[in-house]
Design a protein around this ligand. Structure first.
Ligand SMILES: Cc1ncc(COP(=O)(O)O)c(C=O)c1O
Length: 361
C-alpha cells in the first residue's frame, strides 16, 4: 500500500469513507421518502463512483452530455436521463446506439425552438423517447418561464411522433445563493409553486423531477416528487459545506493536495495548483479554495500553474509543505484531472480514472 505522502502534487484525494457515507445517506433519504435517486454524474465523471451509487440503490444516472452518458456505460447503468438541450443532428447515430444499450433513455425538451431541432435529431436517429420538459424555477437558464408556455410546449410534445411527455424537471441551482435553511425552504416552496402551476396548465398529473444537492432533502421532506438528481453531494465542496445544504466540512470527500512552492512576500504563499487544477469558479466573491487544516488560509487568486494563498494563517506556511484544500465548486475541478487518488485509513487504496473527463461532446 502506498502512503498519501508519496502522491505527487497537485492531486485530487478522495476520502473513501466519506464518499461511501455521502452516497448511503442520500440514498437512505430517498428510500425513506419513496423517491428515485438519479444522481448527476457531472460531479465525479467516474465509472467507479457511479457503480457505488447504483449498488446503493440509485435507479438511474443523470448526465449533461451524450459523451458523459457513453463514458458511464461500463458501470452497468441501464437508465440515463440526459438533462440538457440536445440539439446536434450529427449526434443521431451515437444517440441511437446509446438508446440500444439502455433499458431507458430519457431526454430533455427545453423550449419550442429546441423541440423542433430535437425532433430532427430523433428522426435521424430513428428512435422515440420519453422526454421531461424543463421548467425554470429561478435559475433563469433553460426551461419554460410561464405556465402558459408550459401548456403550449406540452401540446407540441403531445403532437410529436418521436416524444412522449414523461414529466417536468428543473435545476434549482440558484439555491446556492441561500444562506440559511429558511431561505432554502422558501426557495423550494417557490419552485414547487412554479412546477405545480405548470402541471395545472398542462392538465396532466405528470411526475416532477427537481435536481440540486442544496434542495434535495427539503424536496424529499415536503413535496411529492418522483425523482431527485443531486450531483455535488457525492464529494461536497465549499459551496455545500459553508452553505445551508446539509453538508459539513467533515462530509467533504474530495480535496486538492497542493505543495507550497514559494513565499515571495510575508503575507503570500504560492502553491503548485493554479487555474489548470482549480478552474475559475469561486465561493463568496473571491475564494477559490480553503485549506482544511488551517484557519483563514485561502486561495484567492490564480494564474495557470500558481495558486495565490492569502489570509491570517499564511505566515506559518513553509516552502515544501503539502496541504489539502477544499475547492469552491468541485465539479469543474474533477473535470480538469485525469485521475483521483482514493484514500482510506491513511493509505492510498485505489486510483480511479476520471472516465468522462472532457466528455462535453
Ligand atoms: C440539470 C441539472 N441537474 C442536476 C444538477 C445537479 O446539481 P448539484 O450538483 O448542485 O447537485 C445540475 C448541476 O448543474 C444540473 O445542471
Amino acid at each position: 500500500m502506498q502512503s498519501p505522502d508519496a502522491i505527487p502534487s497537485p492531486a485530487l484525494i478522495v476520502d473513501l469513507d466519506r464518499l461511501d457515507r455521502n452516497i448511503s445517506s442520500m440514498q437512505a433519504a430517498c428510500d425513506a421518502a419513496g423517491v428515485e435517486l438519479w444522481p448527476h454524474i457531472k460531479t465525479h465523471k467516474s465509472v467507479a463512483v457511479l457503480k457505488k451509487q447504483l449498488a446503493a440503490g440509485a435507479k438511474g444516472a443523470t448526465c449533461a452530455k451524450l459523451g458523459e452518458a457513453e463514458a458511464m456505460l461500463p458501470s452497468g447503468v441501464r437508465r440515463i436521463f440526459i438533462a440538457y438541450s440536445l440539439a446536434d443532428v450529427s449526434k443521431a447515430r451515437r444517440l441511437r446506439e446509446l438508446a440500444g444499450m439502455l433499458d431507458e433513455l430519457i431526454l430533455a425538451v427545453t423550449s419550442e425552438a429546441h423541440l423542433e431541432v430535437l425532433e430532427k435529431v430523433l428522426e435521424a436517429a430513428g428512435i422515440s423517447v420519453p422526454v421531461l420538459m424543463a421548467v425554470d424555477t429561478g435559475l433563469l437558464r433553460e426551461g419554460v418561464r410561464t405556465p402558459v408556455a408550459a401548456g403550449e410546449l406540452a401540446d407540441r410534445i403531445r403532437s410529436s411522433r418521436r416524444m412522449k411527455l414523461a414529466g417536468l424537471y428543473t435545476h434549482e441551482g440558484h439555491a446556492y445563493q441561500a444562506r440559511t435553511p429558511q431561505q432554502v425552504e422558501l426557495l423550494v416552496r417557490a419552485a414547487e409553486d412554479s412546477l405545480e402551476a405548470a402541471r395545472d396548465e398542462i392538465g396532466e398529473d405528470i411526475p416532477i423531477w427537481p435536481g440540486c444537492s442544496v434542495t434535495a432533502t427539503e424536496f424529499l421532506k415536503r413535496f411529492p416528487v418522483k425523482a431527485v438528481r443531486p450531483g455535488a453531494y457525492v464529494f461536497g465542496d465549499l459551496n455545500l459545506a459553508e452553505g445551508p445544504g446539509g453538508m459539513t466540512f467533515d462530509d467533504v470527500a474530495l480535496h486538492v493536495l497542493a505543495t507550497v512552492v514559494d513565499r515571495p512576500e510575508p503575507d503570500l504563499a504560492l502553491i503548485d495548483a493554479g487555474s489548470k487544477v482549480f478552474s475559475s469558479d469561486k465561493y463568496s466573491g473571491n475564494i477559490t479554495a480553503r485549506a482544511v487544516d488551517r484557519e483563514d488560509v485561502n486561495v484567492t487568486r490564480l494564474s495557470e500553474e500558481h495558486g495565490f494563498v492569502t489570509g491570517r494563517g499564511v505566515s506559518n506556511l513553509r516552502v515544501g509543505d503539502r496541504h489539502l484544500f477544499i475547492p469552491a465548486h468541485v465539479c469543474p475541478v474533477v473535470n480538469l484531472a485525469d485521475r483521483v487518488h482514493v484514500v482510506r485509513g491513511g493509505e492510498v487504496v485505489d486510483v480511479w480514472p476520471v472516465d468522462a473527463r472532457g466528455r462535453s461532446d
